[in-house]
Design a protein around this ligand. Structure first.
Ligand SMILES: [Zn+2]
Length: 125
């Protein structure tokens, strides 16, 4: 499953592009066929819904909040934070040949990846 979020001009990286019910149907059918499901998600809502729908992993999760992190833990959903990719792109953004809106969107959403994945490592209360 894919949430576009940052690469398209008018997409909100925090908004899920599927409903929870749609995700549940996708995951159920994939699992019925013996397939694993990875969700490409940045925002907290998409991460929470994908995990509740039963996806096996979340790719990115850069804009997760505490509730999304708790949902991943509760459901045992793997997180693939892709930190190197994000940091590399951020470091090379000015010399890359991408549209200005993409640069602005990355700047608005990229400083948080380390922060959200560091929260995940905090000791449990
Ligand atoms: Zn991606």
């Amino acid at each position: 499953m894919r949430y576009r979020g940052r690469t398209f001009k008018r997409d909100d990286p925090n908004a899920s592009q599927y409903t929870l019910e749609e995700m549940k149907a996708i995951v159920a059918d994939a699992h019925r066929l013996g397939r694993r499901v990875a969700a490409h998600a940045h925002g907290a809502e998409g991460v929470r819904w994908a995990s509740e729908a039963g996806v096996d992993s979340i790719e990115h999760g850069h804009l997760m909040d505490d509730a999304a992190i708790a949902t991943l833990k509760k459901n045992g959903t793997y997180l693939v934070p892709t930190l190197f990719l994000t940091e590399y792109m951020q470091a090379n953004l000015e010399r890359s040949n991408v549209p200005e809106f993409f640069k602005n969107k990355r700047c608005a959403t990229s400083p948080r990846p380390r922060k959200s994945t560091q929260r995940r490592r905090l000791p449990r209360a």
